[in-house]
Design a binder for this molecule. Structure first.
Ligand code: SF4
Ligand code: SF4
Length: 101
């Protein structure tokens, strides 16, 4: 997840998150990103840490782990929703709950 501050104008925070679009899997040269049950996961046994997926992610939410230089992404674990003190993140099956506001 990446929070982008848009100040002074228009003056709000933009949340960028993984929408499981699969672009990272498409660009991976060794097919190390696998789709299972609607979630793209990195197979670290296959990954060669080339960071092509990091460059290609349209949301810039594929990160590089400091400890081993390997990429990491959202796997819909829900931990972010669990820790948010303002309940700004909820688990929903709807595509975009903000639509229509
Ligand atoms: S990490 Fe980026 S490219 Fe990969 S599925 Fe998520 S949003 Fe798409
Ligand atoms: S860093 Fe790993 S998962 Fe990402 S594109 Fe390269 S080999 Fe594939």
């Amino acid at each position: 997840m990446r929070i982008e501050g848009l100040f002074p104008s228009p003056g709000h925070y933009q949340i960028h998150f993984c929408d499981q679009c699969g672009i990272c899997a498409e660009v991976c040269p060794v097919e190390a990103i696998e789709l299972k049950d609607g979630i793209y996961r990195i197979n670290e046994e296959e990954c060669i840490a080339c960071h092509e997926c990091v460059e290609a992610c349209p949301q810039s939410v594929m990160i590089i782990k400091g400890e081993d230089d390997m990429p990491a992404k959202c796997v819909l674990c829900g931990e972010c929703a669990a820790v948010c003190p303002r309940e700004a993140i909820i688990i929903s099956k709807e595509k975009n709950i903000a639509e229509g506001k």
